[in-house]
Design a binder for this molecule. Structure first.
Ligand code: KIV
Length: 272
């Protein structure tokens, strides 16, 4: 179904709630650096997530746990310098908000002050209620994240679909309602059954953004390196690859190598 799109010169947390009200789906993608953020913003993606997936994608770690607050601020400030339109949301990394609400607020303030970001995202529900309340009370917009929460991967043990059982689905629904009540402006739902996404999305006025949550979410998010096919070892069912940049970039780079070796590059026009 196509919906008449309103032009947003600058996307705000309010624009996202309006988009949900008007039936316009929200597009969200990750970016971690200036050059990629410029492309993503120029393509009119509504929300740019400086995800802690930078830990995997940019730094090559197996999980999102090792990335630090300083590293997230570095990525976020590079992204902020590139954007004209998108709302920029930054993940609070593992260890920067779980121990106590005051530390959570300090971490969120550092992100907002030192990077210029527009909002933060935290993983979890009732367990982090006091931290969410404190950050919101300081005037910082918060996005929630439920379902598969990668910072808890060692508790789950696997990256399989979450909330398939009734008990976990009920807890997720309660957490979603709590996050909305506290004042979160949106909610990421990662790797949960499509019917649960539908139920949650219909129960909330704030938008849900799915990743592996099916078509009923109010918006979708992907890791941009996965969408572009720059990564090639990660192949979940929910991922649609729009390019195979791993292959394309590899070909271009080996052409460069052979041109250097054969002394074709640089030629007479490519020198001073
Ligand atoms: O870090 C990230 O990229 C995320 C998305 C998977 C939602 O949190």
């Amino acid at each position: 179904m196509s919906v008449a799109k309103k032009e947003y010169k600058r996307v705000t947390v309010k624009s996202l709630v309006d988009m949900k009200k008007n039936g316009e789906k929200i597009s969200m993608l990750t970016a971690y650096d200036y050059s990629m953020a410029k492309i993503v913003d120029d393509a009119k993606v509504d929300v740019i997530l400086v995800g802690d997936s930078a830990s995997n994608v940019m730094a090559g770690h197996e999980t999102t746990l090792p990335i630090t607050l300083d590293q997230m601020i570095y990525h976020a400030s590079s992204v902020i310098r590139a954007i004209d339109r998108a709302l920029v949301v930054v993940d609070l990394p593992f260890g920067s908000y779980q121990s106590d609400p005051k530390e959570a607020l300090r971490s969120a303030i550092r992100i907002m002050k030192e990077s210029g970001a527009h909002a933060v995202k935290l993983e979890g529900g009732a367990e982090i209620k006091e931290s969410v309340k404190r950050i919101l009370a300081a005037g910082i917009p918060v996005m929630g994240h439920l379902g598969l929460t990668p910072q808890s991967i060692y508790k789950f043990g696997t990256y399989t679909v979450r909330a398939k059982e009734e008990e976990e689905a009920e807890k997720l629904m309660e957490d979603a309602k709590l996050l909305e009540k506290l004042g979160c402006f949106g909610l990421v739902l990662e790797k949960i059954p499509a019917q649960l996404t539908k139920k949650v999305s219909e129960s909330l006025t704030i938008p849900t953004i799915g990743i592996g949550g099916g078509k009923h979410a109010d918006g979708q998010v992907l890791v941009v390196h996965d969408l572009l096919g720059m990564t090639h070892e990660f192949n979940p069912r929910f991922l649609r690859r729009y390019m195979n940049l791993y292959e394309e970039m590899g070909k271009a780079i080996s052409n460069y190598v052979s041109d250097v070796k054969s002394q074709d590059f640089p030629n007479d026009e490519e020198q001073y």
